[in-house]
Write a protein that binds this ligand. Structure first.
Ligand SMILES: [Cu+2]
Length: 132
């Protein structure tokens, strides 16, 4: 019993940033018909410059090449975004790379990733907790 309590506390503290870094898509009014997924090239988003990999699929679940993909980073608590715009390039059909995704302050960042193709679109909002 002496060890169980500090261990449980440690585990619960460790799980907080892990849960936050999973980046569950926030509820959006209209997420569109395209499927958008995004994650950092590194294991987790970090303070400073990140590379974000984006996958876009059409309504049938096939990788969608040639989509117009944008990524914007926002700190809701502070009312500001990133100092640098993320440049998005398509690395292979349906797979995109956004960099630099500059998260220059610790805190909660809202990452909006949107893909458009013709009249179709898809959008997700990821919430990333960045530690100091
Ligand atoms: Cu800030």
């Amino acid at each position: 019993m002496r060890l169980a309590s500090p261990l449980a506390l440690l585990l619960s503290l460790l799980s907080l940033p892990l849960l936050a870094s999973c980046g569950d898509p926030a509820q959006s009014a209209d997420p569109g018909t395209l499927t958008v997924r995004a994650h950092t090239e590194a294991a987790a988003p970090a303070l400073g410059e990140n590379v974000v990999l984006v996958d876009v699929e059409d309504a049938e679940g096939a990788p969608l090449p040639g989509a117009a993909v944008t990524l914007s980073s926002w700190m809701p608590a502070h009312g500001h975004g990133s100092p640098d715009p993320a440049i998005v390039t398509e690395t292979s059909p349906g797979h995109y790379r956004a960099a630099p995704v500059t998260l220059h302050m610790p805190g909660t960042w809202e990452i909006t990733v949107r893909a458009e193709s013709g009249a179709e679109f898809g959008e997700i909002v990821l919430n990333w907790e960045i530690g100091g």
